[in-house]
Write a protein that binds this ligand. Structure first.
Ligand code: PLP
Length: 399
């Protein structure tokens, strides 16, 4: 008899993971992988932060038992997340208008948020930026939503096409879900100005939209507080909204899966009801989150000394990325490249939409062993003092 899997078709390869496989199989010693979404240090390694090491050593020494966590996770962690997002002592926290559940990375937070929204309003359409992190569409579709996009990136200015974006938001059905990158837009590196965020908040209010902020890179643009401009604009508005946040990048804890979903409600009483329903979503997905990553982050955020150390290390990552941005632009100029690449310095976070065409990206791979996404997105955090000259040489040659 035929296998029950006989009709299962091979799924298409994930484009980024496919790129990684091709990179790993490449035998050239000069190869560089600019396709990843991970921060590497100047040695080309994923750092284990000293603050994380210290918190882990203390945990290992304490040998804590491994009972189940609460469905919504570690309370100290959840409160640490809220303080980072809104600032300790903010009104929204004091008034009990925010609930937070520890989640399996930013992706897990998006997923439980999407499942919760699906129960609330199954017929809503979800709008994501054009372009967006490639998993946004698939994730909300998998949760049962119709997903469309709103105009965002303008290739001619290398910035945000805000007029088109705003006009689109103002045309949407009430109840539509708007996924917004709170800072360090992935993949373009193009963020909105503070004033534009204010206008987005007003558009959401006017049309009765449901904002879902995705905060995967807090601290990678200008700093912890500086990068929560969007979050705080929504917090001040009195609107209800969602935030998925992640420590994958800011704590370099990718594989530990440390993120959180926060939901901002109208009142403390409403928060209680919303949390009770969110817990049902979590319970039927994975019951409760793992302990380790959340405990480490909570320990760092809860100790003045470790927190200061972490903020220093985070600043180190941020500054290094900025140096790679300005370094690449300067080196391209030194090589006589006519095209103006100075926009790379203005873009924020780990990525840049370089404007390299799919053919140029392919040539970089074939001739120089430099891997980038076919859209021209590169990860600046994959550049370092040893490979930046080679990358600049190679880009200059393919232009
Ligand atoms: N959202 C955005 C915009 C991202 O870029 C990423 C990671 O690349 C995520 C969410 C997922 O983060 P995590 O690895 O914590 O699931």
């Amino acid at each position: 008899t035929a296998s029950i899997f006989a009709a299962v078709e091979m799924a298409p390869r994930d484009p980024i993971l496919g790129l990684n496989e091709a990179y790993n199989a490449d035998t050239r010693t000069t190869k560089v992988n600019l396709g990843v979404g991970v921060y590497y240090n100047d040695e080309g390694k994923i750092p284990l932060l000293a603050a994380v090491k210290a918190a882990e050593q203390a945990r290992l020494a304490a040998q804590p038992p491994r009972g189940y966590q609460a469905i919504e996770g570690n309370p100290a962690y959840n409160s640490g997340v809220q303080n980072l997002l809104f600032g300790a002592g903010s009104d929204i926290i004091a008034e009990g208008r925010v609930i937070t559940a520890q989640a399996l990375g930013g992706t897990g937070a998006l997923k439980i948020g999407a499942d919760f929204l699906q129960r609330l309003n199954p017929n809503a359409t979800v709008y994501i930026s054009n372009p967006s992190w490639e998993n946004h569409r698939a994730l909300f579709e998998a949760a049962g939503f119709k997903v469309e996009d709103y105009p965002y990136y303008d290739a001619s200015t290398r910035g945000v096409d805000f007029a088109s974006m705003r006009a689109k938001l103002l045309s949407l059905q009430p109840g539509s879900v708007i996924v917004l990158h709170a800072c360090c837009h992935n993949p373009t590196g193009a963020d909105m100005t503070d004033a534009q965020w204010g206008e987005v908040v007003e558009a959401c209010r006017e049309r009765g939209l449901v904002p879902f902020l995705d905060m995967a890179y807090q601290g990678f643009a200008d700093g912890i507080a500086e990068d929560s401009v969007a979050v705080n604009a929504f917090a001040a508005s009195g609107l209800q909204f969602f935030i998925s946040s992640s420590f994958s990048k800011s704590f370099s804890l990718y594989g530990e899966r440390v993120g959180a979903l926060s939901i901002i409600t109208a009142s403390k009483e409403e928060s209680g009801r919303v949390l009770s329903q969110l817990k049902r979503v979590i319970r039927t997905n994975y019951s409760n989150p793992p302990i380790h990553g959340g405990a480490v982050v909570a320990a760092v955020l809860g100790s003045a000394e470790l927190r200061a150390q972490w903020e220093d290390e985070l600043a180190g990552m941020r500054v290094r990325i900025r140096e790679m941005r300005s370094g690449l632009v300067a080196k391209l100029q030194e090589r006589g490249v006519a095209q103006d690449f100075s926009f790379v310095i203005q873009q924020r976070g780990m990525f840049s939409y370089t404007g390299l065409t799919a053919e140029q990206v392919e040539k970089l791979r074939a001739e120089y062993g430099i891997y980038a996404v076919s859209t021209g997105r590169i990860c600046l955090a994959a550049l370092n003092s040893k490979n930046i000259d080679y990358v600049a040489d190679s880009i200059a040659k393919v232009l």
